[in-house]
Design a protein around this ligand. Structure first.
Ligand SMILES: Nc1nc2c(ncn2[C@@H]2O[C@H](COP(=O)(O)OP(=O)(O)OP(=O)(O)O)[C@@H](O)[C@H]2O)c(=O)[nH]1
Ligand SMILES: [Mg+2]
Length: 254
């Protein structure tokens, strides 16, 4: 599946002087037009997201949107999660990447259905892409929908997909200061998974400091330390998912 992404996080338009030297003064008319376009894009996305949320509420689907920088361990975590869950309830996955179907193939190898969305030049998934991908998944019986967003710590923060929660994934090789350098995505997430904690003995990484930074931008963020390699913390993460599925199914029965 091919989609067109929209980065809305860029700055105002800039003039280029005839000498070739960049003139960094913003061009006000371009800037305000760009802001209007961004607002339209986000409003259209929000209405798609509301439709997704309503449909999943009726179906009893617990949808989670995993956001992170590239390579933080999202797909590895999903593979280990699905293996440990053992299909006690239906699980489906939507994979977002600019190119290739590698991640969807890794998920399908577990036996779970997966749809790959390729965003091309786009830097995030949006709610309409997810809505289209859901047409190829059987979610009518409820269960767990795991959405792996495009690896990017900026743009996915702005795009609601209709999920119950954004979960931000930060691996210990990325540096503990990421929550204060990219605050929007930590502010938009309800849970932070600190991944690859098996590597901590080999790194200079202040895990408590990282959590302090995350709480500085989002005082109510929950946090878990996990390792897909050693299995540390996976039981707690899986219990969190199972509680979400139970609540979603209960909500649909009402
Ligand atoms: N040591 C260690 N390595 C891990 C762990 N989880 C993932 N990795 C490694 O991290 C690398 C990236 O893992 P992926 O699961 O592909 O990461 P991703 O976030 O899905 O990457 P993108 O989809 O490209 O953004 C791979 O080499 C994994 O083997 C972990 O818990 N511990
Ligand atoms: Mg991946």
């Amino acid at each position: 599946m091919q989609g067109q992404g929209h980065g809305t996080g860029g700055g105002a338009g800039y003039r280029r002087a005839e000498s070739g030297t960049p003139d960094t003064r913003p061009v006000p008319t371009q800037g305000s037009r760009r802001l209007a376009v961004e607002r339209e894009i986000l409003a259209a996305n929000n209405s798609h997201a509301a439709r997704n949320r309503e449909r999943w509420r009726g179906q009893g689907v617990f949808a989670v949107n995993l956001v992170s920088s590239p390579g933080s361990g999202k797909t590895t975590l999903l593979v280990e999660t699905i293996r440990r869950l053992g299909f006690v309830f239906p699980v489906a996955v939507i994979e977002g990447d600019q190119q290739t179907s590698r991640d969807a193939e890794r998920i399908r190898a577990t036996g779970a259905p997966a749809v790959q969305i390729n965003t091309g030049k786009g830097c995030h998934l949006d709610a309409s892409m997810v809505e289209r991908a859901c047409a190829s998944l059987d979610l009518a019986g409820g269960g767990l929908l795991l959405v792996e967003n495009v690896g990017n710590l900026v743009c996915p923060a702005e795009f609601d997909l209709g999920e119950a929660h954004k979960v931000v994934i930060l691996s210990v090789t990325e540096g503990e200061d990421k929550p204060i350098k990219y605050p929007n995505i930590f502010a938009a997430s309800d849970l932070m998974l600190l991944t690859k904690v098996d590597l901590l003995p080999h790194l200079v990484f202040d895990a408590d400091g990282c959590l302090d930074y995350a709480r500085r931008v989002n005082p109510s963020i929950e946090a878990m330390r996990v390792s897909s390699t050693s299995g540390e913390g996976l039981d707690r993460w899986i219990a969190w998912l199972a509680r979400g599925v139970e609540a979603a199914r209960e909500g649909a029965r009402r």
